[in-house]
Design a binder for this molecule. Structure first.
Ligand SMILES: Cc1cc2nc3c(=O)[nH]c(=O)nc-3n(C[C@H](O)[C@H](O)[C@H](O)COP(=O)(O)OP(=O)(O)OC[C@H]3O[C@@H](n4cnc5c(N)ncnc54)[C@H](O)[C@@H]3O)c2cc1C
Length: 490
């Protein structure tokens, strides 16, 4: 059987790992990936070691049933830069990218030893057609690939969106990753405006500070909310939001509303000695950045903010069940009212990062503003940019964009590919974004709603159907589901 995998990031490697876990399948595999290597994708590119994973080493793996796989790999290679690593450590993202590339290379070698190939094509697929003898893929560089029996779309998440159409303005950096390539040339005295206040914005500021930046740095977003500081506390065993508990609750009443979810979460948190109001209080803007960081650091070191690991744990265990029990209107309400706050609560920053940011805020070098309404090029010759914000107009020499793409947005590099499928009814867009897939199989749904047995999607492209796909653990689970179906026919 000929298998085409479109996209060669973490999802593709998780699929390769799931396909070869127990035995070597009878598959000829073609991976389409425009980047130099299969493995790192967008999230785990070679970069500065300050860009850290947001999941501890012991829980990052391409194999969901072998959560220590990455940690073992790190240990086998003598740790991080020659130093041993603790299972609870948050390691550099580039290291996970090296692991992914290594896993992909090792699988390729094993398959080659059996006369099977994993071929890599270094150009994006811009059109995919399904015919009587399989799929036909056309790549951007004009090559044609015929006779693919099955195809899995693993195109991932796109980069930030150029909201204010500044792409052609000198001094504007639309994407801060990889940090070491995108930001190293910024003049140390420049006033930098970082558009966004999420984890990518935090990485950006940290890199600038570590790189010796001396000029002012303003982080600006609509709500001006930084991620919270990661607590040292670990989650107690879940009682109301574990997979089993949610399943039992849905057996009694199958409909999950936003209010019911919040009530369950509140009960879970109260029994853990905290409460939902404590979490919600962190999503209220207004506190000065230095004060917020100082307060949260203290709390995090004391093992407070217990709501944080509870929400993260509940998300990984039960998000799938909860999302599918929500009626459409509830999902939309959730996306407009809570999604951004929820994601921000789910993605805390490391304590040592908070210390660095707090030092810069105390020294008056860093500030955070909210109420961004627009950014425009300034009058020649200076300043280069003027941002209108809730704190008035702010002048900046450099603007670094770190805004997140919308939930379930299709990455730009995959739009022609998805369009080519949608246009002829082989796929349909999900009303909440991405492509529509069947809940239990990840088979792509055709325009008439039928499941395509030969076309699958993994990861962010399926976020309209599954909601939260932004984690290797969840992508790994999806990969196993797809691999099981592919193996049945190989
Ligand atoms: C900055 C960042 C940090 C993250 N950190 C973590 C973390 O610490 N822990 C965690 O569990 N999750 C993290 N995530 C979530 C992350 O999305 C997943 O863990 C995982 O890396 C996603 O893998 P992917 O293969 O789906 O997507 P990607 O890594 O985006 O890979 C998709 C690949 O598809 C290719 N592609 C796109 N279009 C086409 C086309 N038309 N033809 C061919 N190829 C195409 C792209 O070039 C890309 O290499 C992070 C995400 C980001 C963006």
């Amino acid at each position: 059987m000929k298998l085409g995998i479109i996209g060669g990031g973490g999802a593709a490697v998780a699929l390769l790992a799931a396909l070869t876990r127990d035995r070597l399948p009878n598959l000829d595999i073609t991976v389409f990936e425009p980047a130099k290597n299969v493995g790192p994708g967008r999230a785990y590119l070679p970069d500065s070691d300050i860009a850290l994973l947001n999941v501890s080493a012991e829980r990052m793996s391409v194999l969901p049933d072998a959560p220590g796989h990455f940690l073992e790999w790190v240990k086998e290679r003598g740790g991080l830069n020659g130093r041993s690593v603790s299972p609870a450590a948050f390691l550099p993202r580039r290291l996970f990218g090296e692991y992914l590339a290594d896993v992909a290379a090792e699988i390729t070698d094993r398959l080659a030893g059996r006369g099977k190939s994993v071929r890599t094509v270094g150009s994006p697929v811009i059109r995919l057609r399904q015919g009587p003898v399989g799929f036909h893929a056309l790549t951007e560089d004009g090559r044609h690939f015929d006779g693919l029996d099955r195809v899995v779309l693993c195109v991932g998440i796109g980069g930030p969106v150029d909201v204010y159409r500044l792409a052609r303005t000198p001094g504007y950096i639309n994407d801060s990753y990889p940090l070491s390539a995108q930001l190293a040339a910024i003049q140390h005295e420049a006033h930098v405006l970082v558009l966004g206040t999420g984890l990518t914005a935090v990485d950006t500021v940290l890199f600038l500070l570590e790189n010796g930046h001396r000029g002012g740095i303003t982080m600006a977003s609509r709500n001006g909310l930084l991620p919270t500081v990661r607590t040292s506390a670990t989650a107690p065993e879940l009682r109301h939001l574990s997979h089993a508990a949610v399943r039992a609750a849905l057996a009694v009443d199958p409909v999950m509303t936003g209010e019911r979810l919040l009530a369950l979460l509140d009960r879970e948190l109260r029994e853990a000695g905290t409460g939902l109001s404590r979490a919600c209080a962190e999503a209220v803007p207004g506190e000065s950045v230095a004060r917020r960081l100082r307060r949260q650091l203290q709390q995090a070191r004391d093992g407070g903010a217990l709501w944080q690991p509870v929400i993260i744990e509940a998300m990984h265990e039960s998000v799938e069940l909860i999302w599918h029990a929500m009626p459409d209107a509830e999902r939309r309400r959730f996306l407009t009212r809570w999604h951004r706050k929820f994601v921000s609560l789910l993605s805390p920053m490391p304590q040592q990062t908070a210390v660095r940011l707090q030092t810069a805020a105390d020294a008056g070098q860093l500030r955070v503003v909210r109420g961004v309404r627009g950014i425009r090029p300034g009058e020649s010759p200076l300043p280069a940019f003027l941002a209108s914000t809730g704190a008035g107009d702010i002048a900046a020499d450099i603007v670094v964009n770190t805004t997140r793409p919308a939930a379930a947005a299709i990455p730009e590099a995959a739009i022609p590919l998805v369009e080519s499928l949608v246009k002829v009814g082989v796929a349909r867009r999900h009303p909440l974004g991405g492509v529509d897939v069947a809940r239990y199989t990840n088979r792509v749904l055709a325009a008439d709603g039928s499941e395509n047995r030969n076309l699958f999607a993994l990861g962010h492209l399926t976020a309209g159907t599954h909601y939260y796909t932004s984690s290797m653990l969840i992508i790994g689970r999806q990969a196993r589901v797809v691999a099981d179906q592919l193996l049945r026919h190989s």
